[in-house]
Design a protein around this ligand. Structure first.
Ligand code: HAM
Length: 448
């Protein structure tokens, strides 16, 4: 049986990789504009890091992690970047080196979700994490950063969804007397009488983490969640003040948003601000969330560091690419393909490698001048080689045949207008480089 790529995991072939480079470069450019520096953390971490931070009752931890045991360690291929970055932040005691750290990352993440357009098992995220700034302006600036990345990719048909989960976190349990505990109590009051109408997953999660039910994809849960009390009604005055500050800063930045009190997101570590950005025009269906993030003010401390506020987000690169293509009708980029196609014909008589020697030395001279070229030395007739040259989308085809070898010349054919020239071998590389500096389709005379 043929071995194929694992379901939900995709090859990115060279023509497509060019679009990836463009998206990644846009992201890096904007992240660096906001003072973020790149961090690269391992793809594999201790399973406990994710189960503790993302939350035992989250879908990611319960159902989707690629976990395995090796050398007596329980390990997991990262499903996201935030926990690993915070682990590194603590491991390197970054708070002792700088009061605020701004990190970004780009890389592959792994979740065993059901594959669909825009949802994969290996996918890629570009994300930012900011440690050490508790103020609401930081939250708004993170959203501004995302909006700028999207705009740089012409993704402007977007909607920013905003909510606050208040302080405390889902892990804090009964010890937490903040907003979260009050909301949990209100939610339980609402959900318990309806528990039998909930999905099996939600019935199981009811006591431990009722917030998860608001994020459920099951239609039975969604119908009940629609009538649930709003967390915004129980925010503490500090949490409210923070949330007002975020909204005020967004307005000052000219970024429209909608407050969505049902937004909880699928990861348990969030505190206070939460946001998601949806690309409306990209035909992504339920996968239209191109970006998600929020504050997680307890994570650094729960990993053994000092209490350190933090906020971050991640964008799904596959979804960005789909939205970018929908917004720009961008096609695959072939600009890395050769512009000169050297057709090296097998000599009818004499030294069988004579043509190849010429082709190789010409290719070397062209590459020295920065000209991308390919040699075709497969045993074929001129007609077949010219067909392949056309298909390669090169601009010029250099023919090295018996006559060219005998006269120490080369034939150069313009593949657009089919004009053909004979050139002395010694001048060929320079002539070709000059010719390529003129716009395609211009007459051969101009290059001289
Ligand atoms: P997340 O919402 O799980 O958040 O993922 C962020 C983004 O990654 C999503 O909005 C989506 O664009 C993309 N994404 C997630 N899962 C998939 C998938 N299976 N296939 C394709 N794309 C996907 C996080 O991961 C948090 N770490 C974000 C964060 C950073 N929060 C604070 N800092």
């Amino acid at each position: 049986m043929k071995i194929r790529a694992v379901r939900g995991m995709n090859d990115i072939l060279p023509e497509e990789a060019r679009s990836w480079h463009r998206v990644e470069a846009s992201f890096r450019g904007v992240a660096e504009l906001f003072g973020f520096g790149e961090v690269r953390t391992p793809i594999i971490e201790d399973t406990a890091l994710f189960s503790k931070q993302i939350g035992e009752t989250s879908d990611v931890v319960e159902k989707e992690m690629y976990s395995f045991r090796r050398h007596d360690n329980e390990l997991t291929v990262r499903p996201e970047g935030t926990a690993g970055a915070a682990r590194a932040y603590v491991e390197h005691a970054m708070w002792g080196k700088e009061s605020v750290s701004r990190w970004y990352y780009i890389g592959a993440m792994f979740r065993g979700e059901r594959p669909a357009k825009g949802r994969y098992r290996q996918f890629h995220q570009a994300g930012c994490e900011l440690y050490g700034d508790a103020g609401p302006v930081a939250d708004a600036e993170m959203i501004e950063l995302c909006v700028r990345v999207l705009a740089s990719l012409s993704i402007t048909d977007i909607k920013v969804h905003l909510n606050s989960l208040g302080s405390g976190s889902a892990h804090d349990g009964e010890a937490n007397v903040g907003t979260r505990a009050r909301y949990k109590a209100a939610l339980l009051d609402y959900l318990q009488p309806r528990s039998l109408e909930l999905s099996e997953d939600s019935q199981r999660r009811l006591e431990k983490n009722p917030l998860r039910i608001l994020d459920s994809k099951d239609p039975r849960d969604q119908a009940i969640a629609a009538g649930a009390p709003s967390i915004l009604d129980v925010l503490s005055s500090e949490d409210s003040e923070h949330f007002d500050g975020v909204q005020r800063s967004l307005t000052a930045l000219g970024i429209p948003f909608v407050v969505d009190p049902r937004l909880v997101r699928g990861l348990d570590y969030y505190t206070r601000t939460l946001f998601e950005i949806k690309a409306e025009g990209a035909d992504l269906g339920s996968q239209s969330t191109v970006c998600g993030g929020g504050r997680y003010d307890n994570m650094v401390e729960s990993l053994g560091g000092p209490k350190t506020p933090a906020i971050g987000f991640a964008m799904g690169l596959e979804r960005l690419l789909i939205a970018h293509r929908a917004a720009t009708t961008a096609t695959n980029d072939t600009s890395f393909k050769p512009v000169v196609y050297i057709a090296s014909l097998k000599p009818e008589a004499g030294d069988p490698a004579a043509g190849l020697d010429v082709a190789l030395s010409l290719a070397r001279e062209l590459r020295d001048r920065g000209v991308r070229c390919d040699i075709d030395s497969r045993d074929a007739k001129l007609k077949a080689m010219l067909r392949r040259a056309d298909a390669s989308k090169a601009r010029l085809c250099v023919i090295v045949g018996d006559e060219e070898i005998a006269t120490n010349q080369l034939t150069v054919k313009d593949l657009a207008n089919k004009a053909q020239e004979k050139l002395p071998r010694a001048e060929a590389a320079q002539w070709i480089a000059a010719r390529l500096a003129t716009p395609p389709g211009s007459s051969a005379e101009e290059a001289k």
